[in-house]
Design a protein around this ligand. Structure first.
Ligand SMILES: [Mg+2]
Length: 96
């Protein structure tokens, strides 16, 4: 859950840089996270579990997802319904 300070910062970013630029930035950060995850996998040793790059990119993506919610005026209740639907489907598939 975002704090009041975080909401002010994110709204200011959207205001300063513009909605279009932040949508593009969101895509860039998503691809940076994907790249960092792929780099963590080394076929000779398997997954490297140390290093902060993935964690840094997770933070970037979460910040951009919050801005995406602001820009697209995502309804929190709708998002929560989708989340529950997806988790329920996963739970059924896993049988847990
Ligand atoms: Mg990044």
């Amino acid at each position: 859950m975002m704090s009041g300070d975080e909401k002010v910062i994110l709204a200011a970013a959207v205001e300063r840089y513009g909605e279009g630029a932040q949508l593009v930035k969101c895509c860039e950060e998503l691809s940076e996270l994907a790249h960092a995850i792929c780099k963590r996998f080394d076929v000779s040793v398997g997954y490297e579990r140390d290093g902060e790059e993935v964690v840094e990119e997770i933070a970037d993506v979460e910040i951009m997802l919050e801005q995406l919610r602001v820009i697209l005026r995502v309804d929190p209740e709708m998002e929560q319904r989708w989340r529950e639907r997806k988790l329920n489907r996963l739970r059924r598939r896993l049988g847990v």
